[in-house]
Design a protein around this ligand. Sequence first.
Ligand code: FDA
Ligand code: NAD
Length: 428
Amino acid sequence: MGRAFVYVIVGGGVAAGYAALEFTKRGISSGELCIISDEPVAPYERPALSKGYLLPEAPARLPSFHTCVGENEERQTPKWYKERGIELVLGTRVKSADLKRNTLLTSTGETISYKFLIIATGARALKLEEFGVKGSDAENVCYLRDLADANRVVDVMQSCTGGNAVVIGGGYIGMECAASLVINKINVTMVFPEAHCMARLFTPEIASFYEGYYESKGVKFVKGTVLSSFEFDSNGKVAAVILRDGNRLPADMVVVGIGIRPNTTLFEGQLALEKGGIKVNGRLQASNSNGSVYAVGDVATFPVKLFGETRRLEHVDSARKSARYAVAAIMDPENTGEFDYLPFFYSRVFALSWQFYGDIGGEVIHFGDFSGGKFGAYWVSNGHLVGSFLEGGTKEEYKAISKATRLKPAIDDLAMLETQGLGFALAV
Ligand code: FDA
Ligand code: NAD
C-alpha cells in the first residue's frame, strides 16, 4: 500500500500548520501536500495549552485555536485542509524514514513517498524517569506537551480544588502552569534546582520580580533542590513529593516541566545533528538530502545570521517563521534569500506580559521601574546590543526593542544606556 505526494510534512504541530498556510498562499494543487501527525487533531496553537486551555471560566477549546489564528489568519480546521486538497493523515505515527528512497513508513503500514520532505516533529517532554525518579504514570502526575496532556491537567486540577500542587521545574511550563493552578484555586509550591526561576533567560533581578509577584499570589518557592522520590497512597496516587534535601511536600497533584528533547530519532544516522536538533543550513535544508529535506520548528538547529552562530529554538514564533520560510525556499528558491531570523520569546501570566528579542550574553543593563511592573534589560556583547527584554510594554515599545535589537547598534557607554533605558530603543 502506498501513496505519492510532491510535498510531505512529518509532524502536525505549529510548524506544520504554518507551512500548510504558506503552501496555499503560494499555490499548490489538490493532492500535492500531505501532513502526517500522530496527534488526533489538525495543527493547533500549542501555547494555548498552558494558558487559555487551563482557565476555570470559558476555557479555550478546539476548534477555536487551530493554527493560524495566532497570526490573524484563517483558522485551519479539518475542513480548511479538505477544501484545499491537503491530505491530513491524523492519529498516525511515522515509524521509519528512508531518505535515500524518499519514503516514510507509517504506523498503519502505509508507505508514503515525497519529492520534498519537511521535518516538523517538534519535541517531547523529558520524563522524571530519565533523571532516575519513578512515578510518571501515577494518575495525578501531569506533563504538558499536547492536548491529551492538557486534558489530564484539567481533569486532575478539577478534582483537587483547594488542594496542593507541586510544580517540578522553574522554566516556561513551571511558571505558566503555576499561574494557571493558582487561578484554579490550588495551592502551589514550585521546586527547581537553580537559584532562581527561568534560569535559562532571566537575570537574578528579573527573576526576583516574578518570584515576588508569584509569592504575592500565594506561590511558594523551594529552590536549589530536586525531587528524589514520590510517596504514594494505597490507590497508587502521589501523596507527597520527597526532596533531595530531605523535605516532604504533601501533594494532591504534581505538574512536571523539566525540559524537552527534540524528536530526531527517525533521522538519526541519516542526517547530521547539532545541539540536539537536526542541523540545517541557511536555507533550512538538512545535510545529505540533495536539497529535498528541510527541518523547521523545535527540531531544527539553524544558523542565526545575526549572531553568526547556530541555535535550536523552542518557541512558537521560530516555528511559525521557519516553517513559512522553508516553504518559500522550496517553492521559489531563486527569490528566497537565506533565513534571517531575530529570536523572539514571550510569555503571559496573571496580568503580566513580557517579550524578549535576540540573544543573551555579555553584560546586562537593567532599566525601568521594577516595583511598578514596567522594566527591562539589555544584553551588550562585544560592544553591541544583542538582546532586549521588556515587561509591561506597549505594542510600540515592543516593536522598538525588536527593531533596536535587530539593528545591533554599537554601545560605547553602558552607563548612558542604563540612564536612557527604554528611551534608547525608542530613539533608534
Ligand atoms: P510541535 O510540538 O508543535 O509539533 C510537532 C508535531 O509532530 C506534533 O503534532 C507531534 O505529535 C508530531 N510528531 C512527532 N513525531 C512524529 C512522528 N514520528 N510521526 C507523526 N507525527 C509526529 N512558545 C512561545 O513562544 N510562547 C508560548 O507562550 C509558548 N507556550 C507553550 C505552551 C506549551 C504548553 C507548550 C508545550 C509549548 C509552548 N511554546 C510556546 C512552545 C511552542 O509551542 C513550540 O515551540 C512549538 O509548538 C514548536 O512547533 P513544532 O511544530 O516545531 O513542534
Ligand atoms: P525549560 O527548559 O523552560 O525549563 C526546564 C526547567 O526544568 C529548568 O528551568 C529547571 O528548573 C528544571 N529542571 C531540570 N531538571 C530538573 C530536575 N531533574 N528536577 C527538577 N527540575 C528540573 O522547559 P519546560 O518548562 O519543561 O518547557 C518545555 C518546552 O515548552 C520548552 O521548549 C519551552 O520553550 C516550551 N514552552 C515555552 C513557553 C513560552 O515560550 N512562553 C511556554 C510554555 C512552554
